[in-house]
Ligand binder design. Structure first.
Ligand code: EPU
Length: 338
């Protein structure tokens, strides 16, 4: 277990915001996670982070920050007629798991390519993109219970996954240190091309029936064109969740905005892209101090250089206020604000 006192978290959050914590603890095995749990019980305040790709630090953190060792750890643990099970260390980059899977003829995660973040966080956040969600691959989540140090595991159903949600963000928050996730990949490659501009991107490359690698490359190109590289400009991907609204409200809005994009959830509910609303409010490419709204995708807030977390939060609040005033819809951050 690695421990560092008075640690600057700048490299542990993709916004690239400077904030110090009293102590950083990095666990690299189940036994170390149990030791880390002991330390957490002895300390008061603590924060569990992964790659920090969904995190906004607004101040120094007077307490322990605990994180799995960022390293590749992937092992095939089972197989059935149609699927292969990979057990992945919590600190593995999720995108590295996808690359590994495709290289070994395991499919189903292509549309999630290039999402920043680690395996442990993928199971907390139910990451998703281009019509796919990681919940459809997760079989089991292994963890250490902080209160007892016991090793526990949860099947997919127990985690109660839904759009960007799980019990790890609700009543299980701060209760477990995730050590591994078991994903089930498919032996057969079935491309899912019907979301967003995947087909258009493939057509441009003159591809009708993509291989898994070609689909992955297309998704990567789409993301790179729209989303800023955190190494160049700090950001946490989508800052807000897309709100799910009642059909009545949707029909009412559609009278004023016939081009309102939407994804039908069920008979009563529609999901509306927050990015579209923020864009219509005129925020795209605009700044407030050193924080800004990305010029190619209004759902993404960026650190234009040297921003504090409070500056990003001020922008977040202003954007939410403007969206509510114009559309009567509350939007909520997807990013974890500390
Ligand atoms: N739109 C605009 N202006 C903008 C941004 C979007 O008009 O500035 C419109 C687009 O034209 C499109 C619609 O809004 O009609 C949706 O945009 P997009 O396809 O870019 O997707 P999104 O709903 O904004 C979600 C995810 C992304 C994911 C994409 C693609 C959430 C919170 N975000 O964004 O996830 O990559 O779909 O599947 O659900 C992330 O979570 O960090 C993330 C990047």
């Amino acid at each position: 277990m690695r421990e560092i006192a008075n640690y600057n978290l700048r490299d542990n959050n993709t916004f690239g915001i400077e904030a110090f914590c009293d102590r950083l603890i990095v666990y690299d095995s189940v036994a170390e996670a149990q030791k880390a749990a002991e330390q957490i019980r002895a300390a008061g305040e603590f924060l569990i982070i992964g790659g920090g790709s969904n995190l906004l630090l607004t101040k120094d953190f007077a307490g322990l920050v605990v994180t799995p060792e960022p390293r590749f750890g992937v092992e095939q643990v089972d197989e059935d007629e149609t699927g292969i099970y990979l057990k992945c260390w919590a600190g593995t980059q999720f995108d590295d798991v996808i690359a590994y899977a495709i290289a070994h003829q395991m499919y189903g995660a292509e549309n999630l390519s290039l999402i920043p973040g680690e395996v442990g966080a993928s199971a907390v956040q139910n990451i998703g993109a281009y019509g796919a969600e990681v919940k459809d691959l997760i079989v089991k989540v292994e963890a250490v219970e902080i209160a007892t140090g016991n090793v526990v595991s949860f099947d997919n159903e127990a985690c109660e996954y839904s759009y960007r949600q799980s019990r790890f963000k609700q009543d299980w928050k701060n209760k477990y240190l995730i050590t591994a996730v078991i994903y089930r990949f498919h032996k057969e490659f079935i491309p899912h091309l019907d979301y967003g501009n995947i087909r258009a991107e493939l057509q441009q490359a003159h591809i009708d029936m993509p291989t898994a690698s070609e689909l992955r490359e297309a998704v990567i190109r789409i993301r790179q064109a729209k989303l800023p590289d955190p190494k160049v400009m700090g950001n946490a991907g989508s800052f807000f969740m897309n709100p799910i609204i009642d059909r009545d409200k949707f029909e009412f809005l559609r009278q004023d905005y016939p081009d309102l994009p939407h994804y039908t959830i069920d008979e009563q509910h529609e999901k509306i892209p927050a990015g579209w609303m923020i864009d219509r409010c005129g925020w795209k490419g605009k700044a407030l101090g050193r924080a800004g709204v990305h010029d190619k995708q209004a759902l993404v807030l960026v650190n234009r250089g040297g921003a504090t977390g409070m500056e990003v939060l001020a922008l977040c609040d202003q954007v939410r206020k403007d969206v509510f005033e114009r559309f009567g819809i509350h939007i909520y951050p997807e990013v974890n604000i500390v």
